[in-house]
Design a protein around this ligand. Structure first.
Ligand code: URA
Length: 193
């Protein structure tokens, strides 16, 4: 059996930009395809664009994005080193949770992005991306910080950075998990001792 040739990211971006498969398309200002290194070792998958992301057409540019940048630095990574995408490419109204039918219609795009980027590690941020990628009902509280496997990809679930904006006690767990990610990748020197 021969594997399907991955679709170039620019071509995928065009497809996603023209998507009207679900009603979220009617409310969007911009599609948020995702951005970063097309050959990244790490694909970061969030939930869905929020207000700022919808306005700018870029992922994680609001408060959670600022925190994500700081956490990436803990792993010894910069935004340009990774590729950042979301489960949904359009903003749900009022930032409500993604609906199952939206996830079903939108995630073939994420699947193609994953095949094209072919990362070493997929970092899933929060419950929605973790449950989708791992096909599990186990929650993020139990899974975060533990390497999992989905097909040929290593998956590393981490709390969604927005969780720390509502509950500052989550910040330490986020920093620990990003430090572990850096150790896994060899981008962060192991602490001495
Ligand atoms: N939260 C997400 O899950 N994704 C974004 O792009 C921004 C905030």
């Amino acid at each position: 059996m021969t594997a399907k040739t991955p679709i170039p990211l620019d071509q995928l971006r065009e497809q996603v930009g023209a998507c009207h498969q679900c009603p979220l398309a009617d409310g969007r200002t911009n599609v948020v395809f995702g951005e970063g290194d097309p050959e990244a070792r790490v694909l970061i998958v969030g939930e869905a664009p929020g207000k700022n992301e919808d306005l700018q057409g870029r992922p994680f540019v609001g408060a959670a994005g600022k925190l994500l940048d700081d956490l990436l630095a803990v792993a010894g990574l910069a935004r340009e080193d990774v590729f950042i995408a979301n489960v949904l490419k359009c903003r749900p109204p009022g930032n409500r949770d993604p609906r199952p039918e939206e996830i079903e219609l939108c995630t073939p795009y994420l699947r193609e992005q994953t095949r094209t980027i072919d990362p070493e590690v997929i970092v899933t941020l929060g419950n929605f991306s973790t449950k989708f990628i791992l096909k599990t009902e186990v929650g993020i509280t139990r899974l975060h910080g533990h390497v999992q496997q989905a097909g040929r990809f290593k998956v590393f679930p981490i709390y969604h950075p927005a969780a720390a904006l509502y509950d500052p006690t989550k910040r330490a767990a986020l920093e620990d998990d990003f430090a572990t990610l850096g150790e896994l990748l060899g981008t962060r020197p192991r602490p001495e001792g």
